[in-house]
Structure formats: structure tokens, C-alpha cells
Design a protein around this ligand. Structure first.
Ligand SMILES: NC(=O)c1ccc[n+]([C@@H]2O[C@H](COP(=O)([O-])OP(=O)(O)OC[C@H]3O[C@@H](n4cnc5c(N)ncnc54)[C@H](O)[C@@H]3O)[C@@H](O)[C@H]2O)c1
Length: 264
């Protein structure tokens, strides 16, 4: 059962940003970045996390319309945007953040897990774009998908995730070509590891030493903070000529082979 709610403040003359996966991690950071200037339309499968995002956004002056739903549920997302439209008008910025990253090779990933990863990461991004296009056409707005460095680069033991994120990068390029002439700009952000619950889960399920191995592969010597990805989302939103970009934000880890100075 999903629920929709509107926070209790007067209508403000702000544009509206629609963010999926907004209950935590990168999605919440993106929501709070936009809360400084926009009203919010947020969704996630985690209702408690959404309420917390709403509360934090209200402290930044944003009104929020929120609904807990699975990102693959087209009807739920359409209803959310329809309700938000009555309060804010059509959304101007969309950021698709919802995602999952269970590990596994082709041999160790079950068919059910494969379908689920493709459904949430790739179909979820498709559904988010599909329900948003008519609003973005009206506002000549921006669509951003949080893909991954795994959208341009392979990663061991993450076969379904890598495949889904390569799909997201391809989908965003199609959006850029199909809707650019109507003023809708579509771009993909490809972060390396970002300090969120997803990253923690990946390393907790990996062999000892995996986290250190990946940190040593980042020339800047550390993983990203969620707010650093949110700043790139704002930057792309405000960059009127950016369309069809695959924007790596990974501390240089996909720039080439790298050996940290202190490693042998
Ligand atoms: N953390 C990283 O290292 C990293 C790196 C590159 C890309 N990404 C991508 O960034 C995005 C955000 O990841 P994160 O690190 O913030 O992860 P996270 O697990 O911290 O947050 C993901 C959010 O998506 C929500 N979600 C998951 N499945 C959903 C579903 N079916 N319907 C609705 N909501 C759902 C979760 O409830 C959660 O709030 C993902 O697409 C992820 O693949 C993350």
C-alpha cells in the first residue's frame, strides 16, 4: 500500500524537482541539494526514509509531495506526478536515483535476481523518464539518471548491475536524441564508489581487502560523499548545452590504470 502526502506549507513560487530513491544515499543528497531552490516530488520504497527526507527538506524551505512506491510501478509514479502537478505545476528537473546492487557472476546470479536488478535499475529509469516526459516537455526541463562507473566499465562479481547500468547509459543517450529538439536535456552521471548504504553492503559482502583495493584504485585516494554527486546533478541541470553526456565522477578511477604511491 502506498501513501501520498503533501507537507503543510503555503505554495511557494519555486520550480519542482522529481527524485526517485530519495529516502537515502545519493537520492536524499540530491533531494536536499534541490531543496535549497526547488519544491520536491520524491518517491522511494522506504516510507520512513522519505519522511526523514521531507523533514530535512522542509528545514531548507522546500515543500514536498511524496509517495512510497516501487520505482517500477508506472501507475504509482504517474499518480504522484499528477498530484504534485496540482500543487507545484509540472516538474522541471528529474533525477532517477533508485537502484540496487546485489553481487554475483553470471553463474552465481539467479534468474530472479537478474530480472530484479534489470527491473529496478533499468526499467525503473525507463518508467521514471516515461512518466516525466510530458512535464519536461512543458518546462523544457532536465532528466538525469544516476548510472555508475559500472555503466561504462566492467566490474567483477556484479554482472547484473554492470549490465543494467550500461543499459541506463544507452537509454539516456536515446532520450537525449529523441527529446533534445523539444528542449529536454538528458544526461547520465557515472559515480565511482560513494559512501552510502549501498557501498557498505557491497563491501560487507565482498572478500576481505576489497574496500582497500578499490580505494587504492582512486587517484584522489578516497570515495565520494553523496553531496558531491548531488552537486554534479545541480551543475548538469543548470548547464543548458549539456545533453547526452555520460559524466564520470569517480576521482579519476576510470581515467586509466592506476597504482597508488604507497602500494607495491
Ligand atoms: N553508492 C555507490 O557507490 C554508487 C556508485 C555508483 C552509482 N550508484 C547508483 O546511485 C544510485 C543511488 O545509490 P545509493 O548508493 O544512494 O544507494 P542506497 O541503497 O543508499 O539508496 C538507494 C535508494 O533506492 C531505493 N530503492 C531501491 N530499490 C527501489 C525500488 N524498487 N523502488 C523504489 N526505491 C528503491 C532504496 O530504498 C534507497 O533509498 C543507484 O542507482 C546506484 O546504482 C551508487
Amino acid at each position: 500500500m502506498s501513501s501520498t502526502a503533501v507537507s503543510e506549507r503555503g505554495t511557494a513560487p519555486r520550480p519542482a524537482a522529481f527524485i526517485t530513491g530519495a529516502a537515502g544515499g545519493i537520492g536524499r543528497a540530491v533531494a536536499l541539494e534541490f531543496a535549497r531552490t526547488h519544491n520536491l516530488v520524491v518517491t522511494d520504497r522506504d516510507p520512513a526514509g522519505l519522511l526523514s527526507t521531507q523533514h530535512q527538506a522542509s528545514l531548507l524551505g522546500a515543500q514536498t509531495v511524496h509517495r512510497s512506491a516501487d520505482v517500477t510501478d508506472e501507475n504509482a509514479l504517474r499518480e504522484l506526478l499528477a498530484e504534485a502537478r496540482t500543487v507545484f505545476g509540472p516538474v522541471t528537473n528529474v533525477v532517477a536515483c533508485a537502484g540496487i546492487a546485489p553481487g554475483g557472476t553470471v553463474e552465481t546470479t539467479s534468474l530472479d535476481d537478474w530480472h530484479r536488478v534489470l527491473a529496478v535499475n533499468l526499467t525503473g529509469t525507463f518508467v521514471t523518464a516515461r512518466v516525466s516526459i510530458s512535464s519536461l516537455r512543458e518546462t523544457r526541463g532536465s532528466f538525469i539518471a544516476i548510472a555508475s562507473d559500472a555503466g561504462t566499465f566492467g566490474a567483477q562479481d556484479l554482472a547484473a548491475y554492470v549490465a543494467s547500468k550500461h543499459g541506463v547509459v544507452g537509454l539516456v543517450k536515446s532520450l537525449a536524441l529523441d527529446f533534445g529538439a523539444e528542449g529536454i536535456r538528458s544526461n547520465a552521471i557515472c559515480p565511482g564508489f560513494v559512501e552510502t548504504p549501498m557501498m557498505r553492503q557491497i563491501f560487507d559482502e565482498s572478500p576481505a581487502g576489497t574496500e582497500e583495493y578499490y580505494r587504492n584504485a582512486v587517484p584522489t585516494g578516497r570515495f565520494a560523499k553523496p553531496g558531491e554527486i548531488a552537486k554534479i546533478a545541480r551543475h548538469l541541470t543548470e548547464s543548458n548545452y549539456a545533453n547526452g553526456i555520460t559524466y564520470a565522477v569517480d576521482g579519476g578511477s576510470t581515467a586509466g590504470y592506476y597504482r597508488a604511491p604507497h602500494t607495491s
